[in-house]
Design a protein around this ligand. Structure first.
Ligand SMILES: NC(=O)c1ccc[n+]([C@@H]2O[C@H](COP(=O)([O-])OP(=O)(O)OC[C@H]3O[C@@H](n4cnc5c(N)ncnc54)[C@H](OP(=O)(O)O)[C@@H]3O)[C@@H](O)[C@H]2O)c1
Length: 427
């Protein structure tokens, strides 16, 4: 049996969860995996802060050098968050021949390839299972269980906060702001919820998943992103009449040499497997050419679920210490295959307008759609006889840029009082 000395960078939610797992399951891990895990040093901002966990005070440090310069520490787990100083610290650990395990999605999405290159050059590993969907082991499944496949599509509910908010809005008929403040009080949403509700968190995660699945390094700046702040109970109600449920989906598709990646609120049929994912649960739906459809489901955040991914990565890193795995990217410099990034993606669209109740309005709007090649699949007209009435369309597959042009013309039409919302529909 071998003992591995580990260091933590950070000791908040995720760090505490990982520590508890090593403390409580360490003996079983020793028996089943043949390795003893010893947390030797933990870097925090404030070593005197009161912490809800018993531990030797001397294990805490606020000096990163104590970890970087300790040759006995072979694995470092990072869960400080943010890009700097986490990136600097990780590079320094890798250059000091320490394998790194991280939960930091923003860092891996923006600098994953660069960090992997440093790891490879130094013969150590870089593992990041915890960076996507917390306890749901989607990274390992993609890297180690689906290599035989060409992955054509990923659709994920990979942000628990927004799924919680949309579930509550859908099931209880409550407004976005009302549910958001309740989620903040219950600890399901951060005091500053921007990263979740504006889709940044899901964007980082789908950036990592799509880069891995398609072996194309996807630039976060190429990902279309829209949050859930404009979703109203009216949208949800009309969607329900059409047989749809609403989710914030992270979507990545590859067709031949073209890749598209986007995050936005999406209507899906109520019988789609992702429509069954409620509250703060996560799920990733994958399509492989050989395996068909696969869905992974579980807790996407929290101390123990995320800690589970961290400790499992530490064990994997230990087993692979003489030969770590690295992800390959076809569009690395020097690669033969060039993949194109598609920013004019195609979808069906739900369009909700408020219009004047006059004869001919429907035909005029249909004309604008027709001008840009957008064809209409269904229409709902309600509340006839009032001055302002809702008019809802669902289109057939249409290009996003064509939709934008049609909507821009429709918004200028004098009988259209308001373009209320446009929501893509996936099946
Ligand atoms: N929370 C989740 O469920 C979850 C799930 C998946 C991934 N993640 C990712 O995991 C990471 C950490 O999340 P968390 O929720 O555990 O965060 P957190 O509770 O805010 O903990 C952050 C920890 O890092 C330490 N820290 C921050 N900046 C530091 C610095 N400059 N120098 C030294 N220590 C520093 C803090 O020290 P003090 O304790 O002294 O303040 C704290 O212990 C983030 O990248 C997050 O995106 C989180």
């Amino acid at each position: 049996m071998e003992e591995v000395k580990i260091s933590f960078l950070g000791f908040g939610n995720v760090g505490t969860g990982a520590y508890k797992i090593i403390r409580d399951n360490g003996k079983d891990i020793l028996l089943s995996e043949g390795v003893g895990l010893k947390v030797a040093k933990i870097l925090v901002r404030d070593i005197n802060k009161k912490r809800d966990i018993e531990l030797e005070h001397s294990i805490l440090t606020d000096k990163f050098e104590e970890i970087a310069n300790d040759p006995e520490i072979s694995i470092v787990a990072e869960f400080m968050g943010g890009v700097e100083p986490a990136k600097d610290y990780i590079v320094s650990c890798l250059m000091n021949k320490k394998t790194v395990v991280t939960a930091n999605k923003e860092l891996i999405a923006k600098h994953g390839l660069e960090l992997q290159t440093v790891a490879r050059e130094n013969g150590v590993g870089l593992y990041y299972e915890a960076s996507v969907a917390g306890g749901v082991p989607v990274i390992k499944i993609l890297a180690e269980s689906l290599q035989a496949n060409k992955i054509g599509e990923i659709m994920g509910i990979i942000n628990g906060t927004t799924n919680y908010i949309l579930t509550k809005m859908s099931e209880e008929g409550r407004d976005f702001s009302d549910v958001l403040s309740e989620a903040q009080k219950l600890g399901f949403a951060e005091p500053d919820p921007t990263a979740d509700i504006e889709g940044f968190d899901a964007m980082y995660k789908i950036c990592i998943l799509s880069s891995m699945a398609f072996h194309k390094r996807v630039d976060v700046n190429n990902i279309y992103r829209e949050g859930i702040t404009k979703i109203t109970t009216e949208d949800i109600e009309y969607g329900r009449e059409l047989g749809f449920a609403i989710r914030l989906l992270a979507i990545a598709k590859k067709r031949n040499n073209t890749v598209e990646v986007r995050v936005h609120p999406t209507f899906i049929p109520v019988d789609h497997p992702l429509a069954a994912v409620r509250h703060s649960f996560n799920a990733v739906f994958l399509k492989g050419d050989a395996v068909g459809n696969i869905m992974l489901y579980g807790k996407g955040a929290g101390d123990l679920p995320t800690g589970s991914a961290i400790v499992s990565d530490i064990i994997t890193a230990y087993h692979q210490r003489s030969k770590h795995r690295y992800i390959s990217f076809y569009n690395d410099e020097g690669s033969a295959e060039k993949l194109k990034f598609n920013d004019d993606w195609e979808s069906e669209f739900f369009v909700r307008l408020t219009v004047k109740d006059k004869p001919g309005v429907l035909a005029k709007i249909a004309g604008y759609f027709g001008k840009y090649g957008v064809s209409i699949a269904s229409v709902i007209q309600k509340d006839r006889g009032k001055d302002a009435v809702p008019l809802i369309f669902v289109t057939h597959l249409a290009k996003e840029l064509s939709m934008k042009k049609a909507i821009s013309d429709i918004a200028k039409e004098e009988d259209v009082l308001m373009v209320e919302n446009i929501i893509p529909v996936e099946r």
